[in-house]
Structure formats: structure tokens, C-alpha cells
Design a protein around this ligand. Structure first.
Ligand code: NAP
Ligand code: GDD
Length: 343
């Protein structure tokens, strides 16, 4: 490697992972170009920690617009491209299956084609997902576990996974899939169950909300911290060989357990009745309820995910640093601090 400054493109830079990855790469001395969609209100709030960094450049574009992808990659001439952009909400993908496929599947082909047609030098990271395992065929899930997708989102991600492998095998591109299990943070989108719970805990504590409505409490996920996971993305593109990797903690917890720890961290007593309905009591007068609302169930559910990241540990030296309890504490504290800062 020469002393030349490293250059990276991040699609999805305004999202949870994009913001942590931008911080990581800028701290390593990279020049970072981020693809940003036009929106009627600013979408760059998560980039607050780095938005005055001279090595950060933002460019308008969209995964649905090949010309914007080509011109960004042409201008940035990157060593690395991280494709994180996608409609990433599994439940919403049932309502917007075409748009989800356009960003999460065909959008990936557009980025790969832009790289290939401009010389194919950039290394490519695809944000693949544990959702691809869906109705799981093996536990724990590894790089060799077959896929059984259960949503338009997951189907689109399976396409993206294989088009990435295809460009590697057909054209020799350094193109890899990070099969990441759920990862969260105080910057997590507010519709995802973890952030929905921690935000509710903060608002209930502050007297701003009385109940929270959730769907399937028995779904199990392997939840890690997003800040740990972007380090795995970077390590994948530094490896001497283009390989696909599972990134996970190896622990699985239910939505119910997540609730119990989040409420517990805020000293909100929590009791469940035997039927699976929930009652959360603060005192004899003011009972705070967790309602079960069928509106939050999915047409097809993924019941249980747990990953085996042995390959990432052995070949990349990666391992998660943040425990489940630490992650929850960080998220609850983040939501409580946000309320305090506003008042
Ligand atoms: P996120 O917070 O929802 O961010 C998604 C990003 O994609 C946002 O920057 C969004 O822009 C952008 N985007 C969406 N559609 C686009 C389009 N058509 N053109 C350009 N940009 C578009 O998601 P995340 O949690 O950071 O996840 C990052 C990636 O990893 C996603 O591809 C997700 O599917 C995948 N993944 C996530 C997890 C997880 O647990 N977080 C696990 C496995 C895989 P706006 O800000 O304008 O909406
Ligand atoms: N969102 C949400 N809201 N989910 C709920 C709720 C609720 O009120 N109640 C229960 N759940 C259950 C869902 O049914 C699901 O089984 C689980 O909680 C997790 O849902 P989400 O937090 O929405 O995440 P996800 O697992 O569907 O998808 C996330 O992780 C994938 C990786 O496995 C997203 O980040 C995807 O983009 C990512 O690929």
C-alpha cells in the first residue's frame, strides 16, 4: 500500500450503519463520499459528529438512478464501495414490494455495473442480511446455511447476495457479502422493535407516554451493536481474498427479554401475565401496559435467528465488544438523554 489517501464511497450514509461507518473511515484517514437522497426535510442528522470534516463529501443520488451512481464512482475513484442503501424495514417491504426490490436488489446490480464499467478496481461490500435465512434450515446459521426468505425484503436481499457473488465469479471483482445479524444503537430507526421499546421506556419514565403496543414478543433475534459491526465491514474489504462472512454475537434473545431488560434499566417494574399479554406496573394507581397489537404482526414471520461468526473471528480477527445488556443500557440512556436535552 502507498501513502495515497484511501477513498471510499458509502451508499446509505444517512442511515444508522452509514453514519457509524463514515465515522470509522474518517478516523482512519479516508476521504469519504456519501450518496444522499433528496428529501423534503434534512436527512443528515446522524452525521452530526462528522459533518464539518473536510474529508467528507456528500452527493445527491439514488439507487434507482444509474447515472448518479456512475458519476459518483467516477468522481470519487474509490478504493472501496460500501453498499448500505436499501429500503430496510421488513414489515414495510410487504407494503412496498416493488420499491424494496428496486433498491435492495436491482440497485445492487446498478452499483456493481457502475464499478465494473469504470474499470472494476474498487472493492465492493454488500450489506447482506440474516433475514435471508428466514424460516431457518439450520441452527446456528453460518455462511453455508441455505436461505429461505420470508418477506419481499429478504427475497430482494437474496438476489443482491447472488448478484454480488456473480460479479465476483464472472468478472473477478473483489465483491463480498457481509451477512449481518440484527444490529442496533441509539441511532437505530424508530420503527425497529428495539428502538421502539427504548424510546417508549424513556417517554414513559418522563410521563410523556402511557403504553406501548408491540407485535410478536416471542420472536428471537441475535442483536449486536452497530458500532462493532461496521468494523467487520471494513475488515472484510482489507482481507487478502474476497470472501463472504456472517457477523453475529452468537446469542439470541426474545423481544420479551429485550423489553424486560429495557424496562429494568429504567427501574420500571415489569410483570407479564401467563397468556402472553403484558402488564407493566409502576405503582398501584398508574399501570403502564404493553399492549399486544396484531397490526404489528407480519404476514410471514422469522421466528428465530442466531449466527455463528467463527469465520469472521478466525480470518478477520473480528468479535463483538458490546454485550446485550450494555447495548440496551446505551439505547435507553440515549433516549432518556434526548428527552432531557430537549427540556
Ligand atoms: P437504515 O438506517 O434504514 O438506512 C438505510 C439507508 O439507505 C438510508 O441512508 C436511506 O436513505 C438509504 N436508502 C434507502 N433507499 C435508498 C435509495 N433508493 N437510494 C439511495 N439511498 C437509499 O438501515 P441500516 O440499519 O443502517 O442498514 C444498512 C444496510 O444494512 C441496509 O441495506 C440494511 O438492509 C442492511 N442490514 C441491516 C441490518 C441491521 O440490523 N441494521 C442487518 C443486516 C443488513 P434515507 O436516510 O434518505 O432514508
Ligand atoms: N418493528 C417491530 N415493531 N417489530 C416487532 C414489534 C413491533 O412493534 N413487535 C414485535 N416485533 C418483532 C418482529 O415481528 C420481528 O420478529 C422482530 O421483532 C424484529 O423486528 P425489527 O426490529 O423490525 O427487525 P427485523 O429483524 O425484522 O429486521 C432488521 O434486521 C434484519 C437483520 O436480520 C432490519 O434491520 C433489517 O433491515 C435487517 O436485515
Amino acid at each position: 500500500m502507498t501513502d495515497e489517501q484511501r477513498r471510499a464511497v458509502i451508499t446509505g450514509i444517512t442511515g444508522q450503519d452509514g453514519s457509524y461507518l463514515a465515522e470509522l473511515l474518517l478516523a482512519k484517514g479516508y476521504r469519504v463520499w456519501g450518496l444522499v437522497r433528496r428529501s423534503s426535510t434534512p436527512s443528515t442528522g446522524r452525521l452530526a459528529a462528522v459533518d464539518d470534516n473536510a474529508d467528507l463529501r456528500l452527493a445527491y443520488g439514488d439507487l434507482g438512478d444509474s447515472s448518479s451512481l456512475r458519476s459518483l464512482i467516477n468522481e470519487a475513484d474509490p478504493h472501496e464501495v460500501y453498499n448500505l442503501a436499501a429500503q430496510s424495514d421488513v414489515k414495510i417491504s410487504f407494503s412496498t414490494p416493488e420499491e424494496t426490490g428496486n433498491s435492495a436488489a436491482i440497485g445492487v446490480t446498478r452499483v456493481l455495473e457502475a464499478i465494473r464499467s469504470l474499470g472494476g478496481k474498487a472493492r465492493f461490500y454488500q450489506a447482506s442480511s440474516s433475514e435471508m435465512y428466514g424460516k431457518v434450515l439450520e441452527t446456528p446459521q453460518t455462511e453455508n446455511t441455505p436461505f429461505y426468505p420470508r418477506s419481499p425484503y429478504a427475497v430482494a436481499k437474496v438476489y443482491a447476495y447472488f448478484i454480488t457473488r456473480n460479479f465476483r465469479e464472472a468478472y473477478g471483482l473483489y465483491a463480498v457479502n457481509g451477512i449481518l445479524f440484527n444490529h442496533e444503537s441509539p441511532r437505530r430507526g424508530e420503527n425497529f422493535v428495539t428502538r421502539k421499546i427504548t424510546k417508549a421506556v424513556a417517554r414513559i419514565t418522563a410521563g410523556q407516554q402511557e403504553t406501548v403496543s408491540l407485535g410478536n414478543l416471542e420472536a428471537h433475534r441475535d442483536w449486536g451493536f452497530a458500532g462493532d459491526y461496521v468494523d467487520a465491514m471494513w475488515r472484510m474489504l482489507q482481507h487478502d481474498e474476497a470472501r463472504d462472512f456472517v457477523v453475529a454475537t452468537g446469542e439470541s434473545h426474545s423481544v420479551r427479554e429485550f423489553c424486560e431488560l429495557a424496562f429494568g434499566h429504567a427501574d420500571l417494574p415489569l410483570t407479564w401475565d401467563g397468556a402472553g399479554e403484558a402488564e407493566v406496573g409502576r405503582d398501584a394507581d398508574g399501570v403502564v401496559r404493553v399492549d399486544i397489537d396484531p397490526a404489528f404482526y407480519r404476514p410471514a414471520e422469522v421466528d428465530m435467528l442466531i449466527g455463528d461468526a467463527t469465520k469472521a473471528r478466525e480470518l478477520l480477527g473480528w468479535q463483538p465488544r458490546t454485550s446485550f445488556a450494555e447495548l440496551i443500557a446505551q439505547m435507553v440512556d440515549g433516549d432518556r438523554d434526548a428527552i432531557t436535552d430537549r427540556s
